[in-house]
Design a protein around this ligand. Structure first.
Ligand SMILES: Cc1cc2nc3c(=O)[nH]c(=O)nc-3n(C[C@H](O)[C@H](O)[C@H](O)COP(=O)(O)O)c2cc1C
Length: 381
């Protein structure tokens, strides 16, 4: 790899230098004043770990089981839309990196590469939105099944889109002159333009082609999202999805204990405690703060996954200590993809692995099941 990064924040800086401004802002930003985006990171980092010594930590096992499969660590790549614009055929590169590291990759509905294109190269989970056109939703589930997707993540926290000020300011949305502005930003990033705009084609929305046609471009996507996301969705629709999908069904976007209980009652197999990375309702609680009460409400009936603000292996250990069974990365892997492609994502997963081992050794844990509330220093957290 040409560029060296010691940490995920280094990858963020590399991504900022490589991506056109509007794409970096889309990836990095949150909604409104970004209060929740900051809370996710700050509350998690504010959890003090408890150092323990002299416990024979010479052999540490990070592996864990979820949905009947053994994973190298309790970490996966969560869905990040438009990843195919961060690097050439970006979703395929990220999926290959995840497979090499023995962790799952989740493909967003809103990806450049289609389910079928990614499935040719690596295993995947699929993230679904319920849109107004239920035939499209049914068809997406059939395609996911046909491609052998190991789990379906149904994202439920986007009934309406939160406003992202940065996207207005950068020319991604809301501006008549957006196209020109984006073009002028892209020509100022020749490495990205050569890799993605020239060699990463087609830059279309692979999964939406049945609806938008094979020439579906970014501008079409934004219009499509605005017109098609369905604010009338309820738990009844989740029951319908449950009836259509016989594999593991994961409800993504739970932030309240009652919603966690409701998810269990609809026959879901897991939830992701998530506020969409601070991109939806600004001002809601961080996931680190919401997590323990949801874990308690679910009471071991199903696994609890979490995302939001995870920027290191230490953060993964913190989430596990707060009660999560599995942790999804969002921006962390997407920064690395933008900076260095597949090699960057592999390196981020190597970093997380190494950082988890240090955090576990110095809190006295040799296996994932040993990480619990006792590794948190309650006096300072
Ligand atoms: C650029 C970007 C695009 C995203 N696209 C999707 C998406 O298509 N579907 C989805 O369920 N979540 C999406 N998310 C939310 C992530 O899956 C995840 O919840 C969030 O990024 C976690 O926060 P973190 O980035 O601070 O780790 C997106 C997040 C980002 C940053």
């Amino acid at each position: 790899m040409a560029k060296r990064a010691a940490s995920i924040s280094d990858y963020r800086a590399l991504a900022k230098a490589r991506l056109p401004h509007f794409l970096f802002e889309y990836l990095d930003g949150g909604s409104y004043d970004e209060v929740t985006l900051r809370r996710n990171v700050d509350d998690l980092q504010g959890i003090a770990l408890k150092q323990r010594v002299l416990r024979d930590v010479s052999a540490i096992d990070l592996s864990t089981e979820l949905f009947g499969e053994r994973w190298a660590m309790p970490v996966g790549l969560g869905p990040v839309g438009l990843s195919g614009l961060y690097a050439r055929r970006g979703e395929v590169q990220a999926a290959k990196a995840a497979a090499a590291a023995g962790v799952p990759f989740t493909l967003s509905t809103l990806s450049a590469c289609s389910i079928e294109e990614v499935a040719k190269s690596a295993p995947l989970w699929f993230q679904l939105y319920i849109v107004k056109d239920r035939e499209f939703v049914r068809d997406m589930m059939a395609r996911a099944k046909q491609a052998g997707c190991g789990a379906l993540l149904l994202t439920v926290d986007l009934a309406v889109p939160g406003t992202r000020y940065r996207d207005y300011r950068s020319g991604l949305s809301g501006s008549m002159r957006g196209g020109l502005s984006r073009l002028s930003q892209a020509v100022r990033r020749p490495d990205w333009a050569w890799d993605v705009a020239v060699h990463g084609r087609p830059l279309t929305m692979g999964n939406l082609e049945p609806l938008l046609g094979s020439g579906a471009a970014l501008s079409d996507l934004m219009g499509w999202v605005g017109n098609n996301f369905d604010a009338s969705v309820t738990w009844k629709d989740v029951e319908w999805v449950r009836g259509e999908w016989d594999g593991p069904l994961v409800i993504k976007g739970v932030l309240d204990p009652d919603d966690g209980r409701a998810a269990a009652a609809t026959g879901a197999d897991a939830v992701v405690v998530s506020n969409h990375g601070g991109r939806q309702l600004d001002g809601v609680s961080s996931t680190a703060r919401a997590l323990p009460r949801i874990v308690e409400a679910i009471g071991g009936k199903m696994p609890v996954l979490v995302d939001g603000g995870v920027r290191s292996g230490l953060d993964v250990v913190r989430m596990l200590a707060l009660g999560a069974d599995f942790v999804l990365l969002g921006r962390a892997w997407a920064y690395a993809l933008a900076a260095c492609g597949e090699a960057g994502v592999r390196d981020v997963l190597r970093l997380i692995d190494a950082e988890m081992r240090v955090a576990m050794a110095l809190t006295g844990c040799t296996g994932i099941s040993a990480i619990d509330r006792n590794v948190i220093d309650q006096a300072t957290s």
